[in-house]
Design a protein around this ligand. Structure first.
Ligand code: ZN
Length: 461
């Protein structure tokens, strides 16, 4: 019995050891999973030695990329919770497979596998032992990458354990050649480690709302759209597309950079859904066409409809209030000006800091709020410095949690709105207080910079 048990024990250890390397980390927390769209990011082809690179990629492209720089996802980040799952692969880099020449110009008739995988395929193919056996092909006509027989089930088995409630999956493939590409739709997408946040944002348009591509594939540039379509962001109905209520220019539309905005002026621009003729997109060039620009108003509306009920509403906040800027106090006794409009302005010759308090309350259940967000309405009249504001929470013992330091752009007599809601400031200790700090540039040619108003929202979760 003893040797048998020992063997069994060893076998169990061997089986269990990969699982010990599988961890899950919540990297964006907007409340209970049941109330949010839960996005899971999981990698393949990352060895233990690659794990720091994987984690950095996820931070850079998902949190500091799409959710920070894409206007739609930035404004709607409260609809999402994001988990990062770390899984070690035995070998570094997913497998590489190549198809014969022509792959990428048509999805149907060029899928001849390059079985030789010799030096003429650049680089040569290889099969690696990775956690989920993904294969990168670089073939547009085959969606850039493909799973193996057990890929879907292996990912499902693991995620059912680690993130049982999930709505969206992003799979990041470590592609050693550095090639890009993404394949998404219906709640799942795969991208490579060479994919930019802009491309990830485009693929998230497919994944979250099943948006169409708005670009034209080179092979179809002169091809008429087969059949008809009039939904989401592509339409063959020139007279009355689903976005007719948003159109502000003559149709069919020709882009004029002097009078139109490339991703905001809505009309009917020919070419959509990868076809070049007889089908129209809403704007000249938005994220679903060229990746780099923002989502157009039509795509944004479709995305918003998909996320309705998941973004925070006022009812989700235990406390939500606007304060006059004159509530702020100067740091170090600077002689700042409190205006009759209840603003605070810096008319001195030196940069000044102000501290702007808020209450930290107990919610209806008697728990102190533990998440903080806000906005600041400021005036920046300095040609050389910005007004910058940052939320923070601090305990008497000195524990500090800070939000993003957000600065104004340019200088103007009009107000600017600084968004201080991403990511939210989390403070678990009940003795902490909440506040906002801002820096105000020195007076410039008699023009002062100011905090007009600030808004504070608090939640418990
Ligand atoms: Zn669009």
């Amino acid at each position: 019995m003893k040797p048998l048990l020992l063997v069994g024990g060893l076998a169990l250890v061997t089986l269990a050891s990969p699982a010990s390397a599988q961890t899950v980390t919540k990297i964006l927390d907007n409340g209970p999973d049941a109330e949010k769209k839960v996005l899971v990011v999981i990698g393949d082809g990352y060895s233990a030695a690659d794990m720091a690179d994987y984690q950095q990629y996820v931070q850079d492209t998902v949190i500091d990329g799409v959710f920070t720089h894409d206007d739609f996802f930035r404004a709607n980040h409260t609809a999402f919770n994001v988990y990062r799952v770390d899984v070690n692969s035995a070998q570094s880099g997913v497998s590489l497979r190549r198809y014969s020449s022509g792959c990428g110009t048509s999805p149907d008739n060029d899928d001849v596998l390059n079985t030789t995988c010799n030096a003429t395929s650049s680089p040569a193919c290889y099969t690696h032992d990775t956690a989920f056996d993904y294969v990168y092909t670089g073939c547009w006509g085959r969606c850039w990458m493909e799973g193996s027989a057990n890929t879907a089930s292996a990912i499902k088995t693991l995620l059912d354990q680690l993130v049982p409630k999930r709505d969206l999956e992003v799979r990041v493939l470590n592609v050693l050649t550095g090639e890009g590409g993404g394949c998404g739709g219906g709640g799942t997408l795969a991208v490579t480690s060479g994919t930019s946040w802009q491309v990830l944002g485009h693929e998230m348009g497919h994944m979250v709302a099943n948006l169409f591509d708005e670009y034209t594939a080179s092979a179809y540039s002169s091809t008429t759209y087969p059949g008809s379509v009039d939904t989401k962001n592509c339409s063959t109905d020139l007279a009355s597309p689903v976005w007719a209520d948003l159109i502000t220019i003559p149709t069919p539309s020709t882009f004029d950079s002097a009078t139109m905005d490339v991703d905001d002026t809505v009309g009917m621009f020919q070419g959509c859904g990868t076809y070049g003729v007889g089908v129209y997109r809403p704007t000249s060039n938005d994220r679903m066409r060229g990746n780099s620009n923002q989502f157009c108003p039509v795509c944004s509306r479709v995305l918003s409809q998909t996320l309705a009920g998941f973004t925070d509403s006022l009812a989700d906040y235990a406390f939500y209030a606007n304060y006059p800027g004159a509530t702020c106090q100067p740091v170090g006794g600077a002689a700042l000006t409190y205006t009759t409009g209840a603003n605070i302005s810096n008319n001195t010759a030196a940069t000044a800091s102000v501290l702007c308090p808020t209450r930290r309350i107990q919610d209806a259940n008697g728990a102190f709020t533990n998440h903080l967000m806000g906005q600041a309405f400021v005036v920046d009249q300095s040609p050389t410095e910005d007004v910058c504001c940052q939320l923070f929470a601090r305990t008497p013992a000195g524990d500090l949690a800070t939000g993003a330091n957000v600065c104004s752009t340019g200088s103007s007599s009009g107000y600017q709105q600084l968004l201080l809601d991403f990511p939210k400031v989390r403070m678990p200790y009940t003795f902490a207080h909440f506040a906002l700090k801002c820096t105000l540039p020195a007076v410039s040619s008699g023009k002062a910079s100011s905090v007009l108003t600030y808004r504070i929202g608090e939640q418990t979760y």
